[in-house]
Write a protein that binds this ligand. Structure first.
Ligand SMILES: Nc1nc2c(ncn2[C@@H]2O[C@H](COP(=O)(O)OP(=O)(O)OP(=O)(O)O)[C@@H](O)[C@H]2O)c(=O)[nH]1
Ligand SMILES: [Mg+2]
Length: 264
């Protein structure tokens, strides 16, 4: 594996020799922010505003890739209006003809990514793009190949469902037992990858099995990847506010943990 800092942080070789006192060339790192979107008309404008304006580490640029998973609530119109609202932002927007799920939407989004780093963002307002610097820094500094956020290590988080939290912790523990990682939040949305890592992952799960699948796959990759975790804020929503995930998704996650431990 390439052990240099990120591919992105390697200055381009131009072949020209620099005078000794010339300022070091600015190193540009492009971050591809991939957002799966399904019936998120009510939060989309606000979250995209936050994503478009979120602070990034120095010398980083961004592209925003939105994958509309055949929404039926006016999401399409909101998405098509975004480039006008944020003319400074490099958008890629695709509309899928059939609903396939978060994993499939991300698989499509990753294919369009042209950045050096790929970051997954949900389209609701549960996570805070204000955490991007923290999430990106370990990769930019060359210490990490993959960074997971964690809702359970210290940052502000809305106090909500006990059994849901316990379910999350159970799934993380089960995933850890199979992968031998010591993650604290396997199901977190914020997952950041060097592009060269995500390019090696063939995402098979179309729906929420994505989280255990990529976790198992990054754990299995050899030479071993450097995986970091950073605390992120979490503004969880209640079922009345539109929360969709249920215990059935938990069962599917358990099956995915075993499946991707056993096979690729
Ligand atoms: N539920 C759902 N989300 C999808 C689908 N395709 C893409 N997504 C997007 O995937 C992201 C995560 O979905 P959420 O429903 O918020 O899942 P979650 O955050 O794990 O669960 P909640 O607690 O319900 O918010 C959101 O940005 C969705 O818009 C799909 O088919 N179903
Ligand atoms: Mg959500």
């Amino acid at each position: 594996m390439d052990q240099s800092p990120t591919a992105a942080s390697t200055p381009e070789t131009t072949g020209e020799s620099q005078p000794p006192d010339a300022p070091a060339p600015a190193v540009l790192t492009k971050v591809s922010i991939v957002i799966p979107v399904y019936n998120e008309q009510s939060t989309l404008r606000e979250i995209i505003g936050l994503v478009a304006n979120a602070a990034l580490p120095a010398n980083c640029t961004r592209e925003i890739i939105c994958v509309n998973d055949c929404s039926r609530d006016g999401t399409e119109e909101v998405l098509n209006g975004l480039p006008k609202l944020h003319p400074q932002v490099d958008f890629r927007i695709i509309h899928k003809p059939v609903n396939q799920g978060k994993g499939a939407a991300l698989r499509d989004g990753f294919k369009l990514a042209t950045g050096d780093i790929v970051l997954v963002q949900d389209a609701d307002l549960e996570y805070d793009p204000g955490d991007y610097c923290k999430l990106l820094r370990p990769i930019i500094e060359g210490k990490a190949d993959v960074v997971f956020g964690s809702r359970f290590i210290g940052e502000p988080h809305r106090v909500l469902y006990y059994w849901h939290t316990l379910g999350n912790k159970f799934l993380t523990t089960m995933s850890n037992m199979f992968t031998n990682l010591n993650l604290t939040d396997m199901e977190v949305c914020y997952k950041v990858f060097r592009k060269s890592v995500i390019d090696r992952i063939d995402v098979k799960c179309d729906r929420f099995g994505f989280e255990p699948e990529v976790t198992a796959k990054v754990a299995k990759m050899r030479p071993r990847l450097r995986i970091y975790e950073v605390g992120v804020a979490y503004y969880g929503r209640s079922y009345e506010e539109g929360k969709k995930i249920t215990w059935k998704d938990g069962i599917k996650a358990m099956l995915a943990i075993v499946r991707f431990w056993w096979t690729d």
